[in-house]
Design a protein around this ligand. Structure first.
Ligand code: ADP
Length: 305
Protein backbone atom coordinates (compact mmCIF):
# COMPACT_ATOMS: atom_id res chain seq x y z
CA UNK A 1 0.00 0.00 0.00
CA UNK A 2 1.36 3.37 -0.96
CA UNK A 3 0.09 6.50 0.73
CA UNK A 4 -0.39 9.67 -1.30
CA UNK A 5 -1.18 11.64 1.86
CA UNK A 6 0.35 10.72 5.20
CA UNK A 7 0.32 13.63 7.63
CA UNK A 8 -0.26 13.99 11.35
CA UNK A 9 -0.41 16.63 14.07
CA UNK A 10 -1.32 19.40 11.62
CA UNK A 11 -2.14 22.68 13.34
CA UNK A 12 -2.90 26.12 12.04
CA UNK A 13 -4.03 29.27 13.83
CA UNK A 14 -5.05 32.63 12.45
CA UNK A 15 -4.56 35.11 15.27
CA UNK A 16 -6.13 33.47 18.33
CA UNK A 17 -8.37 31.22 16.19
CA UNK A 18 -7.08 27.64 16.21
CA UNK A 19 -8.71 26.57 12.94
CA UNK A 20 -6.98 23.23 12.31
CA UNK A 21 -6.26 21.10 15.35
CA UNK A 22 -4.04 18.03 15.36
CA UNK A 23 -5.33 16.72 12.09
CA UNK A 24 -4.09 13.33 10.97
CA UNK A 25 -4.87 12.13 7.48
CA UNK A 26 -3.77 9.08 5.57
CA UNK A 27 -4.98 8.45 2.04
CA UNK A 28 -3.95 5.63 -0.26
CA UNK A 29 -2.89 6.34 -3.83
CA UNK A 30 -5.73 6.31 -6.35
CA UNK A 31 -8.48 6.79 -3.76
CA UNK A 32 -11.17 9.47 -3.72
CA UNK A 33 -11.75 10.92 -0.27
CA UNK A 34 -14.65 13.30 0.41
CA UNK A 35 -13.84 16.06 2.85
CA UNK A 36 -16.93 17.12 4.75
CA UNK A 37 -17.89 19.38 7.58
CA UNK A 38 -19.72 22.61 8.34
CA UNK A 39 -18.57 25.92 6.89
CA UNK A 40 -15.58 27.38 8.69
CA UNK A 41 -14.43 24.02 10.05
CA UNK A 42 -10.99 24.15 8.45
CA UNK A 43 -11.34 22.22 5.18
CA UNK A 44 -9.86 24.88 2.91
CA UNK A 45 -7.06 25.57 5.38
CA UNK A 46 -6.19 21.85 5.49
CA UNK A 47 -6.26 21.53 1.70
CA UNK A 48 -3.97 24.55 1.37
CA UNK A 49 -1.52 23.08 3.86
CA UNK A 50 -1.48 19.76 2.01
CA UNK A 51 -0.55 21.29 -1.31
CA UNK A 52 2.17 23.52 0.08
CA UNK A 53 0.30 26.83 -0.27
CA UNK A 54 0.17 27.38 3.47
CA UNK A 55 2.77 26.38 6.06
CA UNK A 56 1.35 24.57 9.10
CA UNK A 57 2.26 25.98 12.54
CA UNK A 58 3.17 22.44 13.51
CA UNK A 59 2.77 18.94 12.21
CA UNK A 60 4.60 16.75 9.81
CA UNK A 61 4.31 14.07 7.21
CA UNK A 62 4.48 13.51 3.52
CA UNK A 63 2.43 14.13 0.42
CA UNK A 64 3.34 12.02 -2.63
CA UNK A 65 6.42 10.89 -0.73
CA UNK A 66 7.75 14.44 -0.25
CA UNK A 67 8.19 16.12 3.07
CA UNK A 68 5.28 18.46 3.77
CA UNK A 69 7.48 21.24 5.12
CA UNK A 70 10.89 20.80 3.51
CA UNK A 71 9.75 19.80 0.03
CA UNK A 72 6.59 21.89 -0.40
CA UNK A 73 7.68 23.04 -3.86
CA UNK A 74 7.94 19.44 -5.12
CA UNK A 75 4.45 18.71 -3.76
CA UNK A 76 3.04 21.86 -5.40
CA UNK A 77 4.39 20.83 -8.81
CA UNK A 78 2.67 17.44 -8.62
CA UNK A 79 -0.64 18.67 -7.25
CA UNK A 80 -3.72 20.11 -8.92
CA UNK A 81 -5.72 22.51 -6.77
CA UNK A 82 -9.10 23.75 -7.86
CA UNK A 83 -11.28 26.04 -5.81
CA UNK A 84 -14.92 26.90 -6.17
CA UNK A 85 -13.89 30.28 -7.54
CA UNK A 86 -11.65 28.91 -10.27
CA UNK A 87 -10.81 31.43 -12.92
CA UNK A 88 -11.35 30.84 -16.57
CA UNK A 89 -10.92 33.62 -19.08
CA UNK A 90 -14.42 34.08 -20.39
CA UNK A 91 -13.31 36.11 -23.40
CA UNK A 92 -10.85 33.43 -24.51
CA UNK A 93 -11.93 30.30 -26.34
CA UNK A 94 -11.94 26.90 -24.68
CA UNK A 95 -8.74 26.01 -26.49
CA UNK A 96 -7.06 29.33 -25.66
CA UNK A 97 -7.81 28.84 -21.97
CA UNK A 98 -6.02 25.50 -22.03
CA UNK A 99 -3.13 26.88 -24.09
CA UNK A 100 -2.77 29.84 -21.77
CA UNK A 101 -2.56 27.60 -18.70
CA UNK A 102 -0.03 25.36 -20.43
CA UNK A 103 2.13 28.38 -21.27
CA UNK A 104 1.90 30.02 -17.84
CA UNK A 105 3.09 26.80 -16.23
CA UNK A 106 5.83 26.35 -18.83
CA UNK A 107 4.60 22.87 -19.75
CA UNK A 108 6.28 20.84 -22.48
CA UNK A 109 4.25 19.02 -25.20
CA UNK A 110 1.72 21.88 -25.06
CA UNK A 111 -0.19 21.12 -28.26
CA UNK A 112 -0.44 17.44 -27.37
CA UNK A 113 -1.63 18.14 -23.84
CA UNK A 114 -4.25 20.64 -25.01
CA UNK A 115 -5.52 18.29 -27.75
CA UNK A 116 -5.73 15.43 -25.29
CA UNK A 117 -7.64 17.56 -22.81
CA UNK A 118 -10.10 18.65 -25.52
CA UNK A 119 -10.65 15.06 -26.64
CA UNK A 120 -11.12 13.93 -23.09
CA UNK A 121 -13.65 16.65 -22.41
CA UNK A 122 -15.45 15.90 -25.64
CA UNK A 123 -14.99 19.55 -26.60
CA UNK A 124 -12.68 19.10 -29.57
CA UNK A 125 -15.40 20.25 -31.98
CA UNK A 126 -16.18 23.28 -29.84
CA UNK A 127 -12.60 24.35 -29.19
CA UNK A 128 -13.15 27.75 -30.83
CA UNK A 129 -16.14 28.58 -28.67
CA UNK A 130 -15.75 31.25 -26.01
CA UNK A 131 -15.40 29.82 -22.51
CA UNK A 132 -17.87 32.45 -21.30
CA UNK A 133 -20.59 30.83 -23.41
CA UNK A 134 -20.28 27.47 -21.63
CA UNK A 135 -22.87 26.35 -19.08
CA UNK A 136 -21.84 26.22 -15.40
CA UNK A 137 -21.25 22.47 -15.54
CA UNK A 138 -19.04 22.67 -18.62
CA UNK A 139 -17.06 25.56 -17.14
CA UNK A 140 -16.36 23.33 -14.16
CA UNK A 141 -15.18 20.51 -16.39
CA UNK A 142 -12.97 22.87 -18.35
CA UNK A 143 -11.54 24.16 -15.07
CA UNK A 144 -10.83 20.56 -14.05
CA UNK A 145 -9.08 19.99 -17.38
CA UNK A 146 -6.85 23.05 -16.84
CA UNK A 147 -6.16 21.88 -13.27
CA UNK A 148 -4.97 18.49 -14.55
CA UNK A 149 -3.08 19.68 -17.63
CA UNK A 150 0.28 19.21 -15.89
CA UNK A 151 -0.70 15.60 -15.05
CA UNK A 152 -0.68 15.92 -11.28
CA UNK A 153 -0.59 12.89 -8.98
CA UNK A 154 -2.76 14.50 -6.34
CA UNK A 155 -5.92 16.49 -6.90
CA UNK A 156 -7.28 18.77 -4.19
CA UNK A 157 -10.73 20.10 -5.01
CA UNK A 158 -12.43 22.68 -2.83
CA UNK A 159 -16.20 22.57 -3.32
CA UNK A 160 -15.75 22.21 -7.07
CA UNK A 161 -19.43 21.69 -7.85
CA UNK A 162 -21.12 24.23 -5.57
CA UNK A 163 -24.18 25.58 -7.34
CA UNK A 164 -23.92 23.20 -10.31
CA UNK A 165 -27.02 21.25 -11.39
CA UNK A 166 -27.24 17.50 -10.61
CA UNK A 167 -26.69 16.28 -14.18
CA UNK A 168 -23.57 18.41 -14.63
CA UNK A 169 -22.31 17.33 -11.20
CA UNK A 170 -22.70 13.73 -12.27
CA UNK A 171 -20.60 14.38 -15.37
CA UNK A 172 -17.96 16.06 -13.24
CA UNK A 173 -17.88 13.08 -10.88
CA UNK A 174 -17.62 10.59 -13.74
CA UNK A 175 -14.49 12.49 -14.73
CA UNK A 176 -13.11 12.38 -11.18
CA UNK A 177 -13.61 8.61 -11.13
CA UNK A 178 -11.93 8.27 -14.52
CA UNK A 179 -8.92 10.22 -13.21
CA UNK A 180 -8.81 8.11 -10.05
CA UNK A 181 -8.89 4.94 -12.15
CA UNK A 182 -5.68 6.20 -13.77
CA UNK A 183 -4.04 6.42 -10.36
CA UNK A 184 -4.74 10.02 -9.37
CA UNK A 185 -5.51 10.54 -5.68
CA UNK A 186 -8.36 12.95 -4.97
CA UNK A 187 -9.34 14.84 -1.83
CA UNK A 188 -12.52 16.78 -2.49
CA UNK A 189 -14.54 18.99 -0.16
CA UNK A 190 -18.28 19.03 -0.66
CA UNK A 191 -21.56 19.67 1.10
CA UNK A 192 -23.54 17.35 -1.19
CA UNK A 193 -24.56 14.00 0.27
CA UNK A 194 -24.80 12.26 -3.10
CA UNK A 195 -21.19 13.30 -3.76
CA UNK A 196 -20.06 12.04 -0.35
CA UNK A 197 -21.60 8.70 -1.28
CA UNK A 198 -19.63 8.61 -4.53
CA UNK A 199 -16.31 8.82 -2.65
CA UNK A 200 -14.32 5.70 -1.75
CA UNK A 201 -14.01 7.11 1.76
CA UNK A 202 -14.82 10.23 3.73
CA UNK A 203 -13.23 12.47 6.34
CA UNK A 204 -15.44 14.66 8.49
CA UNK A 205 -13.98 17.72 10.18
CA UNK A 206 -15.68 20.00 12.69
CA UNK A 207 -14.24 22.98 14.58
CA UNK A 208 -10.83 22.08 13.16
CA UNK A 209 -10.88 18.50 14.43
CA UNK A 210 -11.16 15.41 12.29
CA UNK A 211 -13.95 13.47 13.99
CA UNK A 212 -14.93 10.74 11.54
CA UNK A 213 -13.02 8.81 8.94
CA UNK A 214 -13.63 5.70 6.83
CA UNK A 215 -15.99 4.48 4.15
CA UNK A 216 -19.55 5.84 4.21
CA UNK A 217 -20.74 2.50 5.65
CA UNK A 218 -18.10 2.58 8.37
CA UNK A 219 -18.90 6.16 9.34
CA UNK A 220 -22.62 5.34 9.55
CA UNK A 221 -21.98 2.18 11.61
CA UNK A 222 -19.58 3.90 14.01
CA UNK A 223 -22.04 6.69 14.73
CA UNK A 224 -24.22 4.19 16.68
CA UNK A 225 -27.14 6.24 15.56
CA UNK A 226 -30.61 4.72 15.61
CA UNK A 227 -33.23 6.07 13.21
CA UNK A 228 -36.94 5.38 13.25
CA UNK A 229 -39.01 6.22 10.24
CA UNK A 230 -42.55 7.32 10.89
CA UNK A 231 -45.26 7.10 8.26
CA UNK A 232 -48.93 7.92 8.20
CA UNK A 233 -51.00 11.01 7.47
CA UNK A 234 -49.59 14.12 9.12
CA UNK A 235 -46.56 12.46 10.74
CA UNK A 236 -44.21 14.97 9.10
CA UNK A 237 -45.95 17.73 11.07
CA UNK A 238 -44.83 16.18 14.37
CA UNK A 239 -41.16 17.06 13.78
CA UNK A 240 -41.05 19.95 16.22
CA UNK A 241 -42.89 18.21 19.05
CA UNK A 242 -41.00 14.92 18.78
CA UNK A 243 -37.71 16.77 18.21
CA UNK A 244 -38.07 18.46 21.61
CA UNK A 245 -38.45 15.18 23.55
CA UNK A 246 -35.59 13.72 25.59
CA UNK A 247 -33.33 11.31 23.71
CA UNK A 248 -34.23 12.74 20.30
CA UNK A 249 -31.27 14.33 18.56
CA UNK A 250 -33.18 15.21 15.45
CA UNK A 251 -36.56 14.79 13.87
CA UNK A 252 -36.71 15.71 10.22
CA UNK A 253 -39.43 15.29 7.60
CA UNK A 254 -38.44 13.24 4.53
CA UNK A 255 -41.26 13.89 2.11
CA UNK A 256 -44.39 12.68 3.90
CA UNK A 257 -42.33 10.56 6.34
CA UNK A 258 -40.49 11.60 9.50
CA UNK A 259 -36.98 10.44 10.50
CA UNK A 260 -36.35 10.48 14.23
CA UNK A 261 -32.78 9.77 15.36
CA UNK A 262 -30.78 9.43 18.53
CA UNK A 263 -28.15 7.17 20.04
CA UNK A 264 -30.28 5.62 22.78
CA UNK A 265 -32.82 3.21 21.31
CA UNK A 266 -34.92 3.00 24.49
CA UNK A 267 -35.11 6.78 24.89
CA UNK A 268 -36.08 7.06 21.25
CA UNK A 269 -38.85 4.49 21.66
CA UNK A 270 -40.11 6.37 24.71
CA UNK A 271 -40.07 9.63 22.77
CA UNK A 272 -42.33 8.35 20.03
CA UNK A 273 -44.51 6.18 22.34
CA UNK A 274 -47.46 8.65 22.37
CA UNK A 275 -47.64 8.31 18.56
CA UNK A 276 -47.36 4.54 18.38
CA UNK A 277 -50.95 4.33 17.27
CA UNK A 278 -53.08 4.72 14.18
CA UNK A 279 -52.56 6.31 11.71
CA UNK A 280 -48.84 6.22 12.44
CA UNK A 281 -46.44 3.37 11.71
CA UNK A 282 -42.82 3.30 12.87
CA UNK A 283 -40.01 1.19 11.46
CA UNK A 284 -36.29 1.18 12.27
CA UNK A 285 -34.24 2.18 9.22
CA UNK A 286 -30.54 2.52 8.45
CA UNK A 287 -29.54 6.15 9.19
CA UNK A 288 -28.59 8.11 6.09
CA UNK A 289 -25.19 9.73 5.77
CA UNK A 290 -26.95 13.07 6.18
CA UNK A 291 -28.49 11.90 9.50
CA UNK A 292 -25.00 10.97 10.66
CA UNK A 293 -23.43 14.27 9.60
CA UNK A 294 -26.10 16.27 11.41
CA UNK A 295 -25.55 14.09 14.47
CA UNK A 296 -21.78 14.71 14.28
CA UNK A 297 -22.36 18.42 13.85
CA UNK A 298 -24.70 18.56 16.89
CA UNK A 299 -22.29 16.56 18.98
CA UNK A 300 -19.29 18.74 18.22
CA UNK A 301 -21.35 21.89 18.89
CA UNK A 302 -22.15 20.46 22.34
CA UNK A 303 -18.47 19.74 22.99
CA UNK A 304 -17.54 23.18 21.78
CA UNK A 305 -19.99 24.87 24.15
P1 ADP B 1 -13.94 25.64 5.56
O1 ADP B 1 -13.19 25.42 4.29
O2 ADP B 1 -14.23 24.36 6.30
O3 ADP B 1 -15.19 26.46 5.36
P2 ADP B 1 -11.74 27.39 6.28
O4 ADP B 1 -10.51 26.58 6.34
O5 ADP B 1 -11.97 28.23 5.05
O6 ADP B 1 -13.01 26.46 6.56
O7 ADP B 1 -11.77 28.39 7.52
C1 ADP B 1 -11.60 27.97 8.86
C2 ADP B 1 -11.59 29.20 9.75
O8 ADP B 1 -10.39 29.91 9.53
C3 ADP B 1 -12.71 30.17 9.48
O9 ADP B 1 -13.15 30.68 10.71
C4 ADP B 1 -12.07 31.25 8.64
O10 ADP B 1 -12.70 32.48 8.85
C5 ADP B 1 -10.65 31.26 9.20
N1 ADP B 1 -9.63 31.67 8.18
C6 ADP B 1 -9.35 31.03 7.04
N2 ADP B 1 -8.34 31.64 6.36
C7 ADP B 1 -8.00 32.72 7.12
C8 ADP B 1 -7.01 33.77 6.99
N3 ADP B 1 -6.19 33.80 5.94
N4 ADP B 1 -6.96 34.69 7.97
C9 ADP B 1 -7.78 34.64 9.04
N5 ADP B 1 -8.71 33.69 9.23
C10 ADP B 1 -8.83 32.74 8.30
Amino acid sequence: MSLAIDVHGLNKSFGDKHVVQDVELKLEEGRICGFLGPNGSGKTTTLRMLCGLLTPDSGEGQCLGFDLIGEAAAIKRRTGYMTQKFSLYEDLTIEENLQFTARVYGLDRRRERVDQALERLGLAQRRKQLAGALSGGWKQRLALATTTLHEPKLLLLDEPTAGVDPKARRGFWDEIHALSAQGLTVLVSTHYMDEAERCHEIAYISYGKLIARGTAEEVVARSHLVTLRGEGAGVDRLAKEIGARPGVEMAAPFGAALHVSGQDREALEAAIAPWRREPYRWTPVEPTLEDVFIHLMNRSEDNFQ
